[in-house]
Structure formats: C-alpha cells, structure tokens
Design a protein. Structure first.
Length: 166
C-alpha cells in the first residue's frame, strides 16, 4: 500500500496537520507533456499548463471534497449513514470524524482496504495522548497554528511503518 498524504482538520475547518509521504501519481495524459511549464497545442504553439497546487490549496480542496461528500451522504441516507471512503482511478480517500468533529483524512493508492479503524487508532492513541493531553498545546488552533508536536509526529511515523499494511 502506498500512502500519499494525511490531514487533520479541526471543527472550525482549519487544517491543523498535513503531511505528504509520496506525491500523488500524475494522470496518464500528463506523462507525455513537457515538464517545463508549457505544453504544445495542436497547431504547434506553446500553451501554458496549469500550475501545481500549493499545500494550502491542496488542503482546501481535500476539505471541500470531504465536506461535500459528507453532506451528500447525510442528505441521501439520513443521519445514520456515514461517509467512510471515496475512490477514483488515481487514489482512495479514507475519512474518520471524531465525536468532537475533528476530521482525519488519509489518501492512499486505490488498492488499500478501508483504513477507518487505523484513523480511529491514530486519533485515540496518538492525537489524544500527545496533543490533547499536552498542557502546553493550544486547545484551539487559530489562524493556521497547527499541531507541532514531535512526539505525535514520531508516533505517527512508527504507526505508519508498523501497523498499516504495506
């Protein structure tokens, strides 16, 4: 299993933690394009390609996707249905929401099984232990102040390498 990225969003829609391990694969159509920032059109002229997303833009798009899909599932299935995962041809998005409305999102390759239980373990054993119970950590994360905890990051690395199926 290939892990692309991991995000934590607080109840105020702020991304308080983001980490990338492996870049998401480019679609098959972009592999043949020049990488210099322009592509060749059918008449031979150079046309500018779309710029790569910044981390902030990527975080906003992931949250917007999760928010929209969560609302869609709730409206179609009722309050008892929950959004678990979403898969495209390129990646699979895994989602876990805590009782305090914290959102844990993981992007993996398409062959990965449902990782909801692992996201719950990350929340219960790592986030609660190293961030919530830390008296020096902020309770709220205003203006982009995120999780900056070395023990949390070390625990997450250990969890990813030991527990998640590869």
């Amino acid at each position: 299993m290939v892990l692309y990225s991991f995000y934590i969003f607080d109840r105020h829609t702020e991304c308080i933690y983001a980490r990338r391990w492996t870049p998401r694969p480019a679609s098959s159509g972009t592999a043949a394009r020049p990488q210099s920032g322009s592509s060749i059109t059918s008449n031979g002229d150079a046309a500018p390609t779309r710029k790569a997303l910044t981390h902030s833009d990527d975080e906003k798009l992931v949250f917007g996707l999760v928010f929209s899909l969560r609302n869609l599932v709730t409206k179609l299935g009722g309050d008892d249905d929950t959004f678990l995962s979403y898969r495209t041809g390129e990646y699979k998005l895994h989602y876990y929401e805590t009782p305090t409305r914290m959102k844990f999102v993981m992007l993996t390759d398409t062959k990965a099984p449902n990782l909801r239980q692992y996201l719950h373990q990350i929340w219960a054993t790592l986030y609660v232990e190293y961030v919530v119970k830390n008296p020096l950590a902020p309770v709220e994360h205003p203006m982009g102040i995120g999780v900056a905890n070395e023990l949390f990051e070390a625990g997450l690395d250990a969890f990813i390498t030991k527990v998640l199926p590869v």
